[in-house]
Ligand binder design. Sequence first.
Ligand SMILES: [Zn+2]
Length: 244
Amino acid sequence: MCFLVQNNEILPIIDKCSSFLKLQGVLAWCVRFKEKNPLQITTRNLTVAELSTALLCLVRKVQSVYFTTEIWCIERGQQLPDSINLLTLSLFLDKRKILCVGGRLRHSNLPAERKDPMLIPNNHLICDLTIKHYHFSYLHTGAEATLANIRTKFWIVNGRSKVKRVIKQCIKCLKVSAKGKNQMMADLLIARVSIAGVFNRVGLDFCGPFLIKLIPGRAKKVYKCYICIFVCFVVRATHLEIVT
Ligand SMILES: [Zn+2]
């Protein structure tokens, strides 16, 4: 319940959560306990509306700490100072008091949260949790795909480099993309590097077994055979022989 009473501090509860969904759930329970009588509400599962409210509460609180100047300027209808590198994002406060990123999709029929994603800082744990959540949910997608999925709801400041950095730490992706070590190759045999006639020096191998019929047609008896492969060391010519 700490975040409900600490108005000017970043949510200490965030530091204790290792996953985005867990954090959202914990906050949703806190919101429910704050707004209703705890004795009546411990049995029901969390609803989508409650989870959504918790997420908005979380984002609003993080924004109030990390984007104080921007919110202050926008609330008073003032232009953002030139020193702020978020000028190109056309920031605005929506009716839920969330700082959103404007864009050129105002006339599109996409959902509102997709047209105007919520701004989150890239130097807070919520950013790492969000990236990991989308990366895992979409089965370990690459940086570009993860960023595109995140931007359906959130806009991370300098998101591309941050997403790459977080994905680089993913153990599963690291294992999949790891390259094997190459062994040092030994010297070639003297037979392979000296001049000689064709099939003077050969390598020998077998393949099989194969089942063959000595008499074509409906003969029942089949014989097991192998194929002997002769490979010339000098010109790489190949000769095959059937061996029974
Ligand atoms: Zn991964």
